[in-house]
Write a protein that binds this ligand. Structure first.
Ligand code: FES
Ligand code: FES
Length: 155
């Protein structure tokens, strides 16, 4: 165990953690940021997706040591008050079913739209393909990403 300091959602956080501990454990168990979910633990489902310096990253496959010196953003930090255009579109389109995969979906979509503000439906499907939803909300996810992209373009 060693003292580890990370920047998470704009705040400096220091805890005792093994450097090899997956970032997902650190976020959920040490910092109690439970919006990020454990799904497969193997990098396959995307439920644990957070941002590292703005890029969608699987927290279950990222050791805490790899996040030192980077900005970690979880779904709790996507916007200060839940008004990110994606979060609003998610509500408008009533995307979540059980909700389990949705934080990961939002974080993947946020990184994607930051890099591709006016995507085609095919590009949206491609970008979101690594995030599995066992409830099958894929069509609503596509609609919500499209709608958020349109709103962000109007600003
Ligand atoms: S829990 Fe990380 S990809 Fe499934
Ligand atoms: S909403 Fe249930 S797993 Fe995606």
């Amino acid at each position: 165990m060693s003292e580890t300091t990370l920047t998470v959602n704009g705040k400096t956080r220091t805890v005792d953690a093994d450097d090899a501990m997956p970032l997902l454990w650190y976020l959920r168990d040490e910092l109690e940021l439970t919006g990020t979910k454990f799904g497969c633990g193997m990098g396959l489902c995307g439920a644990c997706t957070v941002h590292l310096d703005g890029r969608a990253t699987r927290a279950c496959q990222t050791p805490v040591s790899a996040a030192v010196g980077k900005e970690v953003t979880t779904v709790e930090g996507l916007s200060p008050d839940g008004t990110h255009p994606l979060q609003q579109a998610w509500l408008e389109q009533r995307v979540p079913q059980c909700g389990y995969c949705q934080a990961g979906q939002l974080m993947t979509a946020a990184d994607f739209l930051a890099r591709n503000p006016d995507p085609s439906d095919e590009e949206i499907d491609q970008a979101m393909a690594g995030n599995i939803c066992r409830c099958g909300t894929y069509l609503r996810i596509r609609k919500a990403v499209r709608s958020a992209a349109d709103k962000m373009g109007e600003r």
